[in-house]
Design a protein around this ligand. Structure first.
Ligand code: THU
Length: 201
């Protein structure tokens, strides 16, 4: 069993008075049995903090407005357009535009895995290309794992949140997001809430 490693405040390092101590236990890196302890001194100076929180709705789909229910159904239908032989996870997405059009997308995989693209970005890029002047009102995401629609709401990955956030910022109006699951649905009023500190140039 290796001896515990201790990181302590030393000369020239961590000059600020440490106000927090953290003792972590983990498996030792050599993969040997047992645990080891590491004591890390954190130099935390009291300072004003900021908080991010937002309200969202979690409800059975039937309680949402009918236009959103229809969009959710389009998303579920679009799972049949997915090409997902590698994961077997078929994602469908439907984007509602302010001109009334609905543009869909589905995840497209590739034997070279990173080349694949999520349903949300397929749909968003499709919508923006076909209707460059339209605003995006809302986006619905649904998925089937094999043949079964997912019980839990499907939530967009980080990269898709970045793309959503930029479209919302660009059009200067919120994009609603509906994450569809069989047991419940999540409705978020503004996609930008899903990615605090989104990257901007
Ligand atoms: N996928 C999406 O289409 N959207 C997401 O937000 C997350 C994941 C796809 C990518 C891949 O084809 C499959 O789901 C499994 O990760």
């Amino acid at each position: 069993r290796p001896s515990p490693k201790r990181y302590k405040k030393g000369p020239g390092r961590n000059r600020a008075k440490p106000e927090g101590n953290c003792t972590c236990q983990s498996q030792n890196p050599a993969g040997q049995e047992g645990t080891w302890q590491r004591t890390i001194s954190l130099a935390i100076t009291p300072m004003p903090t900021k908080r991010f929180d937002f309200a969202y709705t979690e409800t059975p789909l039937v309680e949402l407005p009918t236009s959103i229910q229809t969009l959710a159904e389009e998303a579920l239908k679009s799972t049949t357009l997915s090409y997902a032989p590698f994961s077997g996870f078929h994602v469908g997405c439907a984007v509602l535009l302010d001109n009334g059009e609905v543009v869909v997308g589905a995840n497209q995989e590739n034997a070279s895995y990173p080349c694949g693209l999520c349903a949300e970005r397929v749909a968003l890029y499709n919508a923006s290309t076909l209707h460059p002047k339209a605003q995006i009102v809302a986006l619905a995401i649904a998925a089937r794992n094999g043949d079964s629609p997912t019980e839990a709401p499907v939530s967009p990955c980080g990269a898709c949140r970045q793309v959503l956030a930029e479209y919302a910022a660009r059009q200067e109006s919120p994009i609603g997001v509906v994450m569809v699951g069989q047991s419940r649905t999540v409705w978020v009023h503004d996609a930008r809430n899903l990615l605090p500190f989104a990257f901007r140039l």
